[in-house]
Design a protein around this ligand. Structure first.
Ligand SMILES: [Zn+2]
Length: 49
């Protein structure tokens, strides 16, 4: 049996969590090699490092 959640999540709360997830995903970091903006934990598309 899988553990049941203590309370049902409201749609507003669900949307908020999704927004925060999207926000964290769209956050860009500077490439250490070439200084261009790139996605964190992804290879730089300019220098592939
Ligand atoms: Zn780079």
């Amino acid at each position: 049996m899988a553990p049941l959640p203590k309370s049902k999540r409201s749609t507003a709360r669900k949307g908020r969590s999704l927004v925060s997830k999207m926000r964290s995903f769209s956050k860009l970091v500077k490439c250490e090699n070439c200084g261009k903006n790139k996605l964190p934990h992804k290879a730089c598309k300019y220098c592939n490092k």
